[in-house]
Design a protein around this ligand. Sequence first.
Ligand code: UDP
Length: 239
Amino acid sequence: MSVELLGFNIDDYTFEDAVVKAKSLIDSTKVSQIITINPEMIQEAEKNNKFSNIIKEAEMVIPDGIGIQLGLKITGKNVQRIPGIDFAKRMLYEASKNDIPAAIIGAKEEVITKAIENLQKEINGLNIVYFHNGYFSDDNIIMEELKAKAPKLILVALGSPKQEEFIYKAKTKLKPALMIGIGGSLDVWSGNVKRAPKIFQKLGLEWLYRTLAQPSRFKRIFPALPLFLIKVLNYKDKI
Ligand code: UDP
């Protein structure tokens, strides 16, 4: 089932149902794309047609943060937040349990190597068959290397919309796999960026913690949420 927000369909799974659905996509016969959506991405999609279509064609669109949850709430729809970083980690656990080869792409070289080291310590039997940092100029080379290793779960951390565009391109290039855009997750898994304390996570205020901890983000993110909610309200009045 999905719900609509500003013209985009967002899946309203529980965390566990989303895991079940994602596992079925790993077993499907094509490359599938999961987008963990936030208000900034919807705002980007409004001026970027290509990105808008990518979201519309994605096999799963899950509500990453409080912004999307609030936006849906004011239009009378309730969904559970599914933090992309937790969901992606869970999928790595599922991969290791089921002997599924995984790959990770993105972030700076020292960040991805440290993140993988930490993940392999944490997740028993995790099989990473390919990884590459996120600063490459020719994505065809990465596609070729990925194709040769045939991972079934591929996490891509290039920031948005770059990661979604990369995954979309991979749909026509790779063997069947599930691909998820994971934003800044590698920075957290490497230990370079701290996650918000549990209480902020519980209240859905990770974004507030992050913007306060990193003032350069504050100017960009803080006004975005109220503006986004005003847009949702206006859109709602129009229909
Ligand atoms: N990143 C990357 N290649 C790029 C741009 C970004 O690998 O060309 C990585 C960056 O190192 C970080 C992640 O993408 O680990 C998320 O980047 P950013 O914080 O800019 O994205 P946001 O979370 O703001 O969408």
